[in-house]
Design a protein. Structure first.
Length: 454
């Protein structure tokens, strides 16, 4: 007869397994009706059932297990989670693989496999023990500090606080969840759906698609509340109420998946829980399991602030007036220096001495056209709300030194100022890529004017 029971792990003796009042963690699963047997025998039977499942998923034709492994202290240390792969055999052998950055002997960030042994232990509850050295896992458990780990985070004698004995915490049809016996970090086993190296490649692509060095902060919103997080490119979710000097601050490590990322444990925004995020169908954001919470890269902030980038206009979309102004600017540059010619015009920060943020012209500085420079006129570019840009003049016209030099010998500065006036207004912004934009479209609100920046 099959029944469904809840399994409890406690720090008491085995007979306390059935006592819900002493519960630390629990799981539900289907097993034989063993309640006419002793607690120790029930654990033995569960160990047999668990090992059988590990081995069956590792059989030929399957791809073994993906272990989403975390070390303890991940809320305090800036350690990411680790994707570790495992194939289990009935004789106690296990093959593990990964490409994580703490692999030793020159294998860091390289795909590596290593064989060792595992054992099912019967303690206060079922325990999966990796009790022999494995290059993939043991480096995270070893008390000797890995050379790749910052000395400010770990030290010899403590290592990374990983666990090699994993206590069963939850067991269902889709996954097996363990908790480290000593340090308490969570490890989740799920059946791997593809060859291991293919999974690693898919994860690397996803990480590249959703993280970058140019956009490092994200909105976290449930439609009512909005907070922020950063650190995703380093493998953790630093969650706060504001980007600068946050009053509320939490850090959760994460592992990347082929479709997004998963946090070490569940968190909440308002009443909405979240742990795993996957890419939306339209690639504009990442959605939580219930679609109640979204992660949105702060692409609008990146485009509007443009600290180190000049977004060049597609001149084909300019009005006749704007095109005429550009022809005049090009002619005036030639008057200043016969080797100068206009390369483009855009929004951003100029590179000249006394750099300003606003409208920027880019010009060639020799006839071979292999070197460029910029000149800029300051303007206010701001975000009145998400996904919008406001452009207006500054109270005082400010020029960088290049534009000031032109003003002394030709009319370039005056013409750039006239061009800037044609841009004033409020726009909606649509990026060409929401996570790694290389361009965008500006649509004048209430008007037909459209610009493309790249």
């Amino acid at each position: 007869m099959k029944k469904t029971y809840s399994f409890f792990t406690t720090c008491a003796v085995c007979c306390a397994i059935c006592a819900a009042t002493a519960t630390i963690t629990s799981c539900s699963f289907e097993q034989e009706d063993y309640f006419d047997e002793s607690a120790s025998l029930r654990i033995t039977h569960l160990n047999e059932q668990l090992q059988d499942r590990l081995v069956k998923q590792s059989a030929e034709g399957n791809h073994g297990w993906l272990m989403q492994y975390f070390v303890a202290g991940t809320d305090d240390y800036d350690f990411e989670g680790f994707n570790i792969f495992g194939r289990f055999y009935a004789n106690g052998k296990v093959t593990m693989a990964s490409n994580h950055r703490f692999l030793r002997n020159g294998q860091a960030n390289k795909y590596t496999e290593h064989d060792s042994y595992y054992e099912m232990l019967s303690e206060e509850g079922p325990v999966l023990s990796f009790n022999t050295w494995n290059d993939i896992l043991t480096v995270l458990v070893d008390p000797v500090s890995p050379s790749a780990a910052p000395s400010s985070l770990v030290s010899d004698g403590e290592g990374m606080n990983g666990d090699h004995n994993l206590v069963l915490a939850k067991y269902d049809d889709n996954s097996i969840t363990f908790r480290g016996e000593r340090h308490g970090a969570i490890t989740r086993f799920i059946p791997c759906d593809r060859p291991w190296e293919e999974y690693i490649e898919a994860v690397a692509k996803t990480k590249s698609d959703i993280t970058s060095d140019i956009i490092t902060t994200y909105y976290v919103t449930n439609g009512t509340d909005t907070m922020y997080f950063s650190g995703l490119n380093r493998g953790y979710f630093e969650y706060c109420d504001r980007v600068t000097d946050p009053l509320i601050h939490r850090t959760l490590s994460c592992v990347f998946t082929p479709n997004g990322f998963r946090l070490h444990r569940t968190d909440t925004l308002g009443v909405n829980k979240f742990q795993e995020f996957t890419m939306a169908a339209d690639s504009t954001c990442l959605n939580s399991e219930s679609d109640s919470v979204r992660v949105i890269p702060r692409w609008d902030n990146y485009i509007v602030t443009a600290r180190n980038t000049v977004w060049n206009f597609d001149q084909e979309l300019f009005s006749a007036e704007q095109k005429a102004l550009l022809e005049q600017i090009d002619a005036e540059l030639g008057k200043f220096n016969k080797n100068y010619s206009l390369a483009g015009i855009g929004l951003g920060r100029s590179t000249g001495s006394g750099a300003v943020k606003g409208v920027v012209i880019t010009f060639y500085t020799n006839t071979a056209k292999t070197k460029t420079n910029t000149a800029g006129l300051a303007m206010n570019t701001s975000r009145p709300e998400f996904g919008k840009m406001h452009i207006e003049s500054t109270e005082e016209v400010e020029q960088d030194r290049n534009l000031s030099n032109f003003a002394s010998k030709c009319d370039v500065a005056t013409l750039v100022q006239q061009f800037a006036v044609t841009l004033y207004g409020d726009y909606t912004i649509t990026p060409n890529n929401y996570f790694r934009p290389t361009g965008c479209t500006l649509q004048l609100i209430g008007g037909a004017t459209t610009y493309t920046l790249k």
